[in-house]
Structure formats: C-alpha cells, structure tokens
Design a protein around this ligand. Structure first.
Ligand SMILES: CC/C=C\C/C=C\CCC/C=C/CC(=O)SCCNC(=O)CCNC(=O)[C@H](O)C(C)(C)COP(=O)(O)OP(=O)(O)OC[C@H]1O[C@@H](n2cnc3c(N)ncnc32)[C@H](O)[C@@H]1OP(=O)(O)O
Length: 244
C-alpha cells in the first residue's frame, strides 16, 4: 500500500512526483510485489492535483523539469505491470483524478462532499492530450467531452453514475474493500493480465513517449503566457480567500 502524506493537501510538487516515481519503480522491480493500493493518509484529501506553485513565476528550466516529472509519474503508473487500485478517500481534482484514472480500479468513499474530475478548464488551463486520453479510456468520448470542456468536478455519487469510479463504499470500509479487489485481481495469472493491460493502454502510452519533448515545449510555451500565469495567480488567491 502506498499512502500519500504531503500536508496540507497532497499537492503534486516536483519532490512529491519524483519520490512517487521512484517508489513505483522500486515496487515494479520487486518480483514479490504484484500490486499496489494507492490512498492518502490525509483526511478528506486524496490529492489536490499538480502543485500550482510549481507552475507560477518559475524559470523555463523549472517548468521543463516539473513537466518531465509529471510525465514520468504517469508513464510509470499508467504503464505499470502491477495491479493498481486507487482507494480515493477524499477530494481528487485534476492531477489527483489523473492518478486515480491511471489505476486499474477505483473505489471511492461514499461521501458526497468528496469530488473528483479534471477541472483544468475552470482554472483557465487545458488538460493535456494524455490526461484527456486517460479520461476517455475510462468514461468514453461523450462523457469526457462534456466533463473536460466544463472542467466538472463530480461528487462521489455522480462520479459512480458516470463510471469515473467503479464503486463507492463507506469510508471506514475503503481499505478492506480495496484489499478484497486486489485479491480478486491477483487471483489471475500475472502474465495474461499484464499483456491484456498493455494491449489496452499501449497506444495512449506510446503517443506520449513519441511526443514527450514536444509536449514539454508545449507546456512551457503555454504556462509561460502572461494570461495563463494571471489565471493561475487568481485561482491561488481565490483558494486562499476561501478560507477567510
Ligand atoms: C493544449 C494545451 C496543452 C497543454 C497545456 C499544458 C499544461 C497545462 C495543464 C496543467 C495541468 C494541471 C493539472 C492540475 O492538477 S492543476 C491543479 C488543480 N487543482 C485544483 O484545482 C485543486 C485546488 N484545491 C482545492 O480545491 C482545495 O484546496 C481542496 C479541495 C483540494 C482542499 O480544500 P481544503 O479546504 O481542505 O484546503 P484549502 O484551504 O483549499 O488548501 C490548503 C492549502 O493548500 C493550498 N493548495 C490547495 N490546492 C493546491 C494546489 N493544487 N497547488 C498548490 N497549493 C494548493 C491552498 O492554497 C492552501 O494554502 P494556504 O492558504 O494554507 O497557504
């Protein structure tokens, strides 16, 4: 089990992403480890998504390093040979949602206050093509079109209806259920399951691998625009004001 613990809200900073990728790599190379449950140690928060401060007012070199780390995390998780189960025990916007979507199975705590989705459009930014591809592979084109354009965050019951998560359980039963699902998936021979998983995900993974440098350049160009920086600053201010 991997438990995110980066207070206050498990934002995906460069350090967090690097550590996450290294942990995944270690587990992947450990023949005794066939599956991983991903959850959070922080109450009410699975992950608040990419750390917005990493995308504000930084150098071009920093943006490149950060974006490469985001790509690396996704390539490792989405392309993992292990069985991956997300036990979503709190809010899961944007990059948090991407992590859940990249797993093989998603179980969410049945709390309508917890929401999940790719809300980038609400921040005035655009979900990259591989976020979009991952989303489409889970919920299908029509639901993804609407959800991404509106940048919708769905409360747990709605997320279940859309197929964004596979099931809801009472919060106190989340890890028990995730373990039961893991046992069910691990009962199959690894080889057949791994080849099938790879077959289902290969096209989407290959697309980023083939365009990785281009995607970094695109990100830098996009995020460096003054209009985008302004949107992100305003969003951060809004988050801070919400408290007072
Ligand atoms: C064609 C174009 C192609 C390519 C373009 C390329 C790239 C662009 C796309 C980049 C992709 C981005 C994906 C993302 O993940 S962006 C991040 C989106 N995340 C969010 O919108 C979530 C924002 N946070 C929240 O909604 C709430 O914080 C949350 C519900 C998670 C928790 O609420 P709670 O009330 O419990 O806590 P808060 O008081 O709001 O937050 C506590 C402190 O944490 C700070 N915070 C929150 N989220 C973030 C974050 N994502 N990054 C950095 N910091 C964050 C918040 O400001 C509070 O700080 P303090 O006030 O305590 O200092």
């Amino acid at each position: 089990m991997m438990k995110f613990k980066s207070p206050p809200v498990n934002s995906l900073s460069l350090d967090f992403l690097t550590e996450f990728s290294i942990s995944l790599e270690k587990l992947e190379n450990d023949r005794a480890c066939r599956g991983v449950i991903i959850t959070s140690a922080i109450p009410k928060i699975f992950s608040s998504g990419l750390d917005i401060t990493e995308m504000c007012g930084k150098s071009v070199e920093h943006y490149a390093e950060f974006w490469r780390a985001v790509q690396e995390m996704w390539l490792r998780l989405y392309g993992s040979n292990m069985v991956t189960v997300a036990a979503v025990n709190g809010a899961s916007p944007a990059g948090g949602c991407l992590i859940a979507l990249s797993c093989d199975y998603r179980i969410m705590a049945e709390n309508p206050k917890f929401s999940i989705g790719l809300n980038e459009a609400q921040l005035g930014i655009v979900a990259p093509f591989w976020f979009k591809d991952t989303f489409v592979n889970v919920v299908g084109q029509r639901i993804a079109e609407r959800a991404l354009q509106l940048g919708s965050l769905y409360p747990a019951p709605e997320a279940l209806k859309l197929g964004l998560v596979d099931e809801l359980v009472p919060e106190e039963k989340l890890l028990e259920k995730a373990s039961a699902v893991m046992a069910q998936w691990l009962a199959l021979p690894d080889h057949a399951r791994q080849i099938t998983k790879s077959m289902m995900r290969k096209a989407v993974l290959d697309r980023l691998v083939a365009h990785r440098e281009e995607d970094i350049k695109y990100f830098i160009n996009f995020i460096s625009k003054e209009s985008i920086q302004k949107s992100l600053r305003m969003y951060m201010e809004m988050l801070k004001k919400k408290k007072s």
